[in-house]
Design a protein around this ligand. Structure first.
Ligand code: RIB
Length: 316
């Protein structure tokens, strides 16, 4: 039984440490270079699998030397890679620099991720069967595939619109939840055709607009400040919103922490948690993931001791 099907990107991450990020036109010296398994789809699949979920990934790698390191994390986490297709050309690669304050810059070269097709999931009937529990989507494969999978999915769709890409509004509306950071939340509103009058930075206002645009539920991640959960189904005339605080940790590398959050969220929803319960767990997994280097190598297993959040969320 597969708990979670991820249809998403698989990359090799080339990671270096820099004292500070370069300005345009400037060269800075990196400390060392490590090749790690990455890609938002693969990262989320690995995060969920390491915590205990049965996960399958559908995606593409190229026929080059980066394919093996790109898939290594999936294989060692026990993710079912039988639907990973090797296509001619380069594997997706991300060039990542992490500075002394743990912030990163990422240049993603999608390569084989552009070759993912809905056919790789099989027939429409097979797609329904494959996705009868939870299907996890991001923004690093062709939008047409994301739209087709969301339209045909038999189970619960979690859409992490990262990066923001112009998926069909119906794809965003089918998501339960849409998971975005504050910046991506504004992008999702734009994709939905919702115009904001003036600059809006209050996450509750943005979440309210998203629910008002017909979304079932929304999770806005707030970095060290945790996450905001907005569930359109809980009350009739306005969404119920809860702020979930994050544990305080000393960050080493924030790369892939959002993916750890999404993978953990999917795992706990597959286990039967409510959305708020799943988010309370996911913020702890996300906090754990910033305390070590890289994306997948920093993720906890089921036996890891997760940091505790300090205070209860505030109901709004
Ligand atoms: O979210 C982090 C991921 O984004 C990296 O692993 C990189 O591959 C890019 O896709």
């Amino acid at each position: 039984m597969t708990d979670i099907v991820v249809v998403g990107s698989i990359n090799a991450d080339l990671v270096t440490r820099v004292e500070r990020h370069p300005q345009p036109g400037e060269t800075v010296v990196g400390e060392d270079l490590v090749v790690m398994s990455g890609g938002k789809g693969a990262n989320q699949a690995v995060a969920a699998a390491l915590l205990g979920a049965a996960v399958r990934i559908v995606g593409c790698v190229g026929d080059d030397s980066f394919a093996a390191p790109a898939c290594a994390g999936l294989v060692s986490a026990g993710v079912d890679t039988s639907r990973v297709t090797t296509v001619p050309g380069p594997t997706g690669v991300a060039l990542i620099a992490v500075d002394e304050s743990a912030e990163n810059t990422i240049v993603m070269v999608p390569g084989a991720n552009t070759q993912v097709t809905a056919d790789m999931l099989g027939s429409a009937a097979e797609l329904r069967r494959l996705t009868e529990s939870i299907i996890l989507l991001q923004g690093e494969i062709p939008v047409g595939v994301t739209n087709t999978v969301a339209r045909n999915a038999g189970g619960r769709v979690i859409l992490n619109l990262a990066p923001v890409v112009p998926v069909a509004p119906a794809t965003i509306r089918v998501a339960n939840p849409l998971v975005v950071n504050e910046h991506e939340a504004l992008g999702a509103l734009a994709v939905l055709g919702v115009n904001l009058a003036g600059a809006v930075s209050d996450p509750e206002v943005i979440a309210g607009k998203l629910i008002g645009a017909g979304l079932r539920s929304v999770v806005i991640t707030l970095g060290p400040h945790g996450a905001l959960v907005a569930d359109g189904a809980l009350v009739t005339n306005r969404p119920a919103m809860v702020r979930v605080p994050a544990p305080m940790v000393t960050p080493v590398d924030t790369t892939g922490a959002g993916d750890a959050f999404v993978g953990a969220l999917a795992y706990r929803l597959a286990e039967g948690d409510t959305l708020e319960e799943a988010v309370r767990y996911a913020v702890r997994v996300g906090a754990f993931a910033v305390t070590d280097r890289g994306a997948q190598p920093s993720y906890p297993t089921a036996s890891s001791e997760l940091p505790e959040a300090n205070s209860a969320g505030v109901a709004r």
